[in-house]
Design a protein around this ligand. Structure first.
Ligand SMILES: Cc1ncc(C[n+]2csc(CCOP(=O)(O)OP(=O)(O)O)c2C)c(N)n1
Length: 656
């Protein structure tokens, strides 16, 4: 029967790509047997309850094969109709070019950028272990699911896969099963042109259980391999499935032309003939429909039995249930704000250190908050000292040691986040956000509330020099849609920034923090307007100039204002921790902070100035860094790059 399902999938995939006149038919046709087995027999899920917490997770890391997933979701009874398949790749359809989390029921994560899906799967498999540790009791095996992913040659070539595989092996994630669609073809032709390493050996070296050379079109062999994988509980498993791209296509099987273009009517006719499918487009046989309708009933019963188990567990473990609810709804304890506000932090202090103290407090209050850094915890101040760390023998922990694997760290955090039940934060030096950027972008796209603690935020980090000094990073992260970028100016702003990050549940937040100590800013009107992205630090409505700055440059702005005051100039000082939010405010608020359209406005920020011009008039002065930094003591660097109060005041006076 599963073979019949696979052939129906082949027909649907070929038709959908043909109808859209765009897409990737080869991989879905080649992986149809694997998909049929997973959705038709192996996986535990209920299409009527796509968010069921204990469902097996499926991640199509080779996201270009989206039509494989859509066909399987349709057949297995998810809310995805044949019409949706006919609308493949059309605007506002449930079947976009690559699987998008939140757009289609049954899509557990967004994939398309190759390799990240495997790392997402690692995150989901870790989350499963952690939740099992938290919530399972002697009597109740509440969380117990597998994570399956299909990845292709392209994924295998990506660095993020190497990072994630290494960590998954270290963590011994026994309930992670990766199926390698090893068809030897990528866009440019046969992979022997570029990719000749022994993948199986690589995974073995990373302590995975590897089942090599499985015929990817032999459902019995595949099933045997998955059964074997499930028996190995202390290692993740890689199944190397040898497949043929566009399997059964008369002239395009095993050819890269089948990778990313419609097969053509003639070719599809031949394909359908080979598998005894009628010529009709989007054909689903009654037998396959009936098969899945029986399976749906079984899966519904499974899920309902689990619900019953859950209800019993709730009755016996009300405290655990309360914690479960907080974690799954990302609710914050009512006294969190108060607890953070009351926290006494001695100043001057680096905002990374203030953040560290705040984070400890938040971790005490928010038990579902977990996270770690890419081997920089002592510098990013993100180790939760009261809690243990996650290791293969300890999923109770809350500290992750991601190792020096930034890209995987970001993608694993996304996996943990979309899994549900936990909220991840991750940390590294701000400059290395570049290594994690593809995953940050995906978190923003998927609206996942991951928190990024990015420290050592400018040339002021000093001696490590230009390789470590972010220059363009603030602007480049501000450019990512739906990513909140906060650069607090002192310990108090850091508290509010953390609270904002914690309150935000529809997207990720970046906290940009200093290495160097900062004084406490005297805020004339407090921090009540922080959430508007900018607020007045020192008010003067009749100011000669309006000085705005973010982060460490707010203190500098105050020094500049003092010098100008001595020269009889009146200055209004504005802190801008979240410029994107500020520009969204109405003009009355913006002008209240920055004066009218013809006011003289000054910007101080130790990074490129690019995006600030949207807040400037005809009369302005910008102090920024438009080149790479340099290695040296911070004070000397500040001087070299013009971040000197005397010099800035003089330049302003010259321009006024
Ligand atoms: C990070 C990233 N780089 C490039 C691409 C473009 N791309 C999509 S599929 C593909 C080749 C993938 O080859 P393979 O995994 O063997 O897929 P198959 O040909 O078997 O479908 C490339 C380069 C991408 N989606 N993501």
């Amino acid at each position: 029967m599963l073979k019949k399902v696979a052939n129906i999938v082949r027909g649907l995939a070929a038709d959908a790509v043909q109808q859209a006149n765009s897409g990737h038919p080869g991989m879905p046709i080649g992986c149809a047997d694997i998909g049929a087995l997973l959705f038709g027999e192996i996986m535990n899920y209920d299409p009527r309850s796509p968010k069921w917490p204990n469902r097996d997770r499926f991640i199509l890391s080779a996201g270009h094969g989206s039509v494989l997933l859509y066909s399987l979701l349709h057949l297995s009874g998810y809310d995805l109709s044949l019409d949706d398949l006919k609308n493949f790749r059309q605007l506002d359809s449930k079947t976009p070019g690559h699987p998008e989390y939140g757009e289609t029921a049954g899509v557990d994560t967004t994939t398309g950028p190759l390799g990240q899906g495997l790392a997402n799967a690692v995150g989901m498999a870790v989350a499963e272990r952690m939740l099992a540790k938290r919530y399972n009791t002697d009597k109740f095996n509440l969380i117990d699911h597998y994570t399956y992913t299909i990845l292709g040659d392209g994924c295998m070539m990506e660095g993020v896969v190497a990072e994630a595989v290494s960590l998954a092996g270290h963590l011994g994630l026994g309930k992670l099963v990766a199926i390698y669609d090893s068809n030897d073809i990528c866009i440019g032709g046969n992979i022997n042109l570029t990719f000749t390493e022994d993948v199986a050996k690589r995974f073995e070296a990373a302590d995975w259980h590897v089942i090599d050379n499985v015929d990817g079109h032999d459902i019995i062999a595949l099933k045997k391999a998955i059964e074997e994988a499930k028996k190995v509980s202390d290692k993740p498993t890689l199944i190397v499935a040898k497949t043929h791209i566009a399997y059964g296509s008369p002239t395009k099987q095993d050819s890269n032309v089948a990778h990313g273009a419609p097969l053509g009517e003639e070719e599809i006719r031949g394909l359908k003939e080979k598998f005894n499918l009628p010529k009709r487009k989007f054909y689903v046989s009654d037998k396959v429909k009936e098969f899945f309708s029986i399976r749906q009933k079984e899966m519904k019963t499974n899920r309902e039995q689990w619900e019953e188990l859950f209800n019993q567990w709730t009755r016996v473990n009300p405290e655990l249930k309360a914690e479960w609810d907080l974690g799954h709804n990302l609710e914050l304890p009512v006294d969190l704000t108060e607890a953070i506000e009351e926290l006494e932090i001695k100043t001057p202090i680096a905002t990374r250190k203030a953040s560290g103290e705040i984070l400890q407090k938040i971790a005490d209050k928010v038990t579902y908050l977990v996270g770690g850094s890419a081997d920089l915890a002592p510098s990013t101040k993100t180790y939760l000292s009261k809690y243990s760390e996650i290791q293969a023998d300890n999923y109770e922990g809350r500290n992750f040691r991601f190792g020096v694997r930034e890209h995987a760290m970001g993608a694993i955090a996304n996996g943990i986040s979309v899994h549900g039940g936990l909220r991840p934060f991750v940390a590294t030096f701000f400059v290395f956000s570049d290594y994690m950027r593809p995953a940050i972008r995906m978190a923003a796209l998927m609206k996942q509330p991951v928190i990024y603690v990015l420290t050592h935020d400018s040339i002021y980090l000093g001696e490590d020099g230009p390789t470590h000094q972010p220059v363009e990073h603030l602007e480049s992260l501000r450019a990512i849609p739906n990513l909140k970028v906060l650069r607090p100016a002192d310990a108090e702003e850091t508290k509010v920034a953390w609270l904002e990050a914690m309150k935000r549940t529809d997207g990720p937040t970046v906290l940009v923090l200093t290495r160097q100590g900062l004084p406490s800013i005297d805020k004339g009107e407090g921090l009540k307007d922080f959430a508007k992205g900018a607020y007045v630090v020192k008010r003067d409505q009749d100011a000669d100039l309006f000085l705005m700055a973010s982060g460490s440059e707010v203190a500098l702005a105050i020094d500049v204002a003092e010098i100008l005051k001595a020269k009889d100039k009146r200055v209004q000082i504005v802190s801008v921790p979240d410029r994107d939010e500020f520009v969204k405010q109405d003009i009355t608020y913006i002008e209240d902070l920055l004066g009218s359209q013809d006011s003289f406005r000054v910007v101080l920020e130790a990074g490129i100035s690019q995006g600030w011009y949207r807040l400037l008039n005809n009369r302005y002065h910008v102090v920024s860094i438009e080149s790479f930094g340099a290695s040296g003591p911070a004070v000397e660097l500040a001087d070299k790059f013009g971040f000197n109060a005397e010099k800035i005041a003089k330049d302003i006076l010259n321009k006024l």
